[in-house]
Design a protein around this ligand. Structure first.
Ligand code: GAL
Length: 410
């Protein structure tokens, strides 16, 4: 009898039951919503309803602005999607719960990729829950249109331009791309890698070294971007990335360049990948693996205690959930102990390419997608790249001057 009462007393000391968990994120496309269903089901298994706070805007810039505003107002969500160096910046502010108890319980030191440990762990332990590993330098190809145009899959940018010009002549959209700064900037990253290789990309766009920004390779990459902007009519103003994916999937567009969240949307639309739409490294990728990773931070607040954060983090660290979430999202797991049988062949290729790239120091963080520099510099550079793409009056020299001044101000 005593034991039962003691047991009840101890149970009442555990985390007070959560009415629900408010999650702020920018996952609003068809594929992203399907992966959120996996997340919702996982929490419901533990009787915790998910309260969505979706913020429109792929890439997450707007979501981060909203999170900052809510933190300043003292009205943080319980959990927020986040990427890269911002994680440690939020931790330093002191309004983020530790996730270290979960990291120890799930042995993250030994079963996460070292890149993921580095992003999510400070010298006081884990401060964020790692959830996805996306590859950005993918080229998605509509095989039906490629065959109709009697083209092979381009491996170089000259071949890419030939294919895009032939598509345009046939009234096919050469490259599906949304008119958003982060999308154009992500495209530009692949052009920089093609122009100067991985080391040049790292020194110019991650380390922001002025003498690498002010270079022939960067001028060449800008010329290539201008060529693309001249090819793509701006009939897709303010198109989101997923409406671009719909154009690719519905045989209106020949190519799309972008992260494998595109795979998540293609699978959500029952498009057969890689048969109908194939996945290939962006032209002249030099075997690079340009990546970003999503994580969750748990915001400290009176109505979301450390104990409750530990409870939710433990549920979302579950291996089977992490596997299923990534399978649906189009990404690959950040845990190294997950079997990829049942994943799409493009995800298996991504995993194999990532492991190879890590071995050869060719896995590089995406600057434009929040994995490399502070968000102010990132967004400033992205918007300069977008302005150059949209306005033929902007010269390369003006672009380089502006990017160097942003780099020097970080
Ligand atoms: C990235 C994020 C992906 C996907 C993409 C498009 O920043 O890591 O999970 O959401 O934006 O919105």
């Amino acid at each position: 009898m005593k034991k039962t009462i003691l047991g009840l007393m101890l149970a009442s000391l555990s985390a007070p039951t959560l009415a629900d968990v408010e999650f702020l994120h920018w996952w609003t496309s068809q594929g992203e919503i399907k992966s959120l269903d996996v997340l919702e089901k996982q929490l419901l298994k533990h009787d915790i309803p998910l309260q969505h706070s979706p913020i429109l805007g792929g890439g997450g810039d707007t979501a981060m602005t909203v999170l900052q505003a809510r933190a300043l107002a003292g009205n943080t969500p319980d959990v927020a999607q986040i990427e890269g160096p911002s994680i440690k910046a939020w931790d330093a502010v002191g309004i983020v719960h530790s996730v270290n108890e979960t990291g120890i319980k799930h042995n993250w030191d030994n079963n996460l990729y070292p890149l993921s440990v580095a992003i999510n762990k400070t010298d006081t332990g884990y401060v964020a829950l790692p959830i996805t590993l996306h590859r950005l330098n993918w080229m998605w190809v509509n095989h039906q249109l490629l065959a109709q145009l009697e083209l092979d899959v381009p491996k170089t940018w000259p071949e890419m331009f030939t294919a895009m010009e032939k598509a345009k002549q046939a009234n096919i959209i050469p490259l599906a791309i949304g008119e958003e700064a982060w999308q154009v900037a992500t495209l530009f990253e692949s052009l920089v890698i093609a122009a100067g290789g991985v080391d040049f990309y790292y020194k110019s766009l991650v380390e922001l070294k002025s003498n690498h920004i002010d270079s022939d390779q960067m001028r060449f990459a800008l010329k290539q971007l201008r060529k693309i902007s001249n090819l793509i009519d701006t009939q897709q103003p303010n198109q989101n990335w997923d409406t671009a994916t719909k154009a690719l999937a519905s045989n209106q567009a020949l190519f799309q360049l972008g992260g494998d969240w595109i795979l998540g949307d293609l699978m959500a639309s029952d498009i057969n990948v890689p048969q109908q739409i194939g996945c290939y490294p962006a032209p002249q990728s030099h075997n690079a693996f340009l990546y970003n990773m999503d994580s969750f931070i748990f915001m400290a607040a009176p109505d979301f205690t450390q104990q409750q954060a530990n409870q939710v983090a433990d549920i979302l660290a579950d291996k089977a959930f992490q596997a299923e979430f990534n399978r649906v999202k189009g990404s690959i797991p950040v845990r190294t102990d997950i079997d990829l049988s049942g994943f799409n062949p493009c995800q298996v290729k991504s995993h194999n390419d990532f492991e190879e790239a890590v071995k050869n120091q060719l896995a590089i963080p995406s600057m434009t997608d929040s994995m490399a520099v502070n968000p102010v510099a990132q967004q400033a550079i992205n918007s300069e790249i977008f302005r150059y793409y949209r306005n033929a009056e902007v010269t390369e020299e003006e672009m380089l001057r502006r990017i160097i001044s942003i780099a020097q101000s970080t």
